[in-house]
Design a protein. Structure first.
Length: 416
């Protein structure tokens, strides 16, 4: 069932009679074809495994974010054709003034459809549009022979290796489903009016959101203007309109979602979770694309080891869970800061923000921030990077973990 390498389905999401039954067994089933799912599938290219990717929409059909990412991640993965605009400064607006930071690395906005198509170009998996309902009950063969069965609106598909890259709903987990607004979720909403700007801007201003921030991410000929609230009870629609109008634009093309801000388990009940389904979005910034790619690559490498017979499924699960868990403390720290910032009175926050504008501090903090999911982890950037990479996957992972260990020591030393 391998699709032709490099082919990209051009059909729109299948409807009506086109939704033929879909069932049977695969080697790997990846549920969700956005950043995390595509990163996993891409790492499995050339492994010889029968990999099926499913999503309720066609690949790249539904943009899920403002699509901002450190440029180096695009470069490493050969995705530069999707880049729309690049920034080397960040402008931060507070009620008391505006600060402009020169960044030690650049940030880019990209075209969602094109980026997904480029990721898919490097996969040799097959793809089907199907809505995932959840795991099939054990009585219906849900866990026979170590295989996991997944129910979709087109039938039940089973595989020994199943990935949930379905976003915050974490549909393949058992019983720990999140229900907004009680769950640890942020909410984000944005609009995409036509326009141009040179500035990557954010607003920390209670006029727009009591806990969270507003943004304007230019993408060549459109502005992606939005509000993210760390408090899921705060409705962001009115203030998204307010910020858009303050910028002299008309709100249009609303696009929003819940954003997990607490890391969750990386494996559960034999299923692998990655991206938003594992809470891999960074709590303070709500940046979840590079982390979805980063953990997606890590998971893909482990699954590749399993399909190539270098390790068992259980060993792959243990290795991925270990990698995931080794990052947990960073997410916890960012969540603490996320909760702290809204409590700081604006008159205190402004001098702090100005102090933090010192070049040495900006360089130090942004470099540490990038290292949470460093672009070097993508290795050579070739699909199945582990196979092409001279150091091999183990070394790559060791390097990343060493770097994390050094940072942990640093933070602990600073606290002492
Ligand atoms: C308004 C907004 C702006 C954002 N801006 C940025 C930004 O600029 N930079 C950044 O790094 N992060 C940003 N984020 C966060 C980022 O969008 C997420 O962290 C990221 O998309 C996570 O990727 P993912 O692949 O895990 O999940 P998703 O991108 O959510 O993909 C999940 C996939 O699963 C599919 N799916 C879901 N349910 C089902 C089902 N039942 N059956 C079949 N398929 C299903 C969906 O169609 C989708 O393709 C933003 C979030 C929001 C809400």
């Amino acid at each position: 069932m391998m699709a032709e390498s490099g082919s990209m389905p051009v059909r729109a999401t299948k409807r009506g009679d086109e939704r033929t039954p879909l069932d049977g067994e695969r080697d790997v089933l990846v549920c969700g074809a956005s950043f995390a799912g595509l990163a996993v599938a891409r790492e499995l290219a050339g492994s010889g495994a029968d990999v099926l990717v499913v999503d309720r929409y066609e690949i790249g059909e539904r943009q899920t974010s403002a699509c901002g990412i450190p440029t180096e991640w695009l470069r490493r993965l050969g995705l530069m054709d999707a880049e729309r605009q690049r920034f080397d400064t960040l402008t931060m607006h507070l009620p008391h003034g505006t600060a402009r930071y020169r960044l030690p690395w650049t940030f880019s906005t990209f075209d969602y459809r094109q980026l997904c198509q480029l990721l898919w170009r490097d996969c040799d998996a097959s793809f089907e549009t199907a809505k995932v309902h959840g795991r099939a009950p054990a009585a219906a063969g849900g866990a026979a022979d170590g295989r996991i069965a997944v129910e979709t609106d087109r039938g039940t598909i089973s595989a020994p290796l199943v990935v949930d890259a379905l976003g915050w709903r974490r549909m393949l987990a058992s019983g720990d489903g999140y229900q907004p607004p009680e769950a640890p979720l942020s909410r984000g909403l944005e609009v995409h009016p036509a326009g141009e700007s040179e500035d990557l801007e954010i607003w920390i201003d209670r006029r727009y959101v009591p806990a969270g921030y507003g943004w304007s991410f230019p993408a060549r000929d459109e502005l992606r203007i939005g509000i993210g609230s760390f408090d899921p009870r705060f409705h962001v629609k009115d203030t998204t309109v307010l910020l858009t109008e303050d910028l002299g634009k008309e709100p249009n093309e609303y696009q929003g979602n819940w954003i997990p801000h607490r890391i969750r388990r990386g494996t559960e009940g034999g299923v692998f979770f990655v991206g938003d389904s594992a809470g891999h979005c960074l709590p303070l910034s709500a940046e979840g694309i590079r982390t979805a790619l980063y953990f997606g690559i890590a998971l893909g490498r482990e699954l590749r080891g399993a399909v190539e017979g270098r390790q068992t499924r259980e060993e792959a699960a243990a290795a991925y869970a270990g990698f995931h868990d080794s990052h947990e403390w960073k997410f916890r720290w960012m969540l603490r800061v996320q909760k702290l910032v809204p409590r700081v009175p604006p008159r205190v926050l402004w001098p702090l923000i100005r102090l933090m504008g010192a070049k040495r501090f900006v360089d130090w903090s942004f470099r540490h921030y990038l290292r949470i999911a460093p672009p070097e982890y993508a290795g050579t950037g070739l699909p199945g990077g582990s196979a092409h990479d001279q150091d091999g996957p183990g070394q790559q992972q060791d390097d990343a973990e060493d770097a994390l260990g050094r940072e942990r020591d640093l933070v602990q030393a600073e606290q002492a």
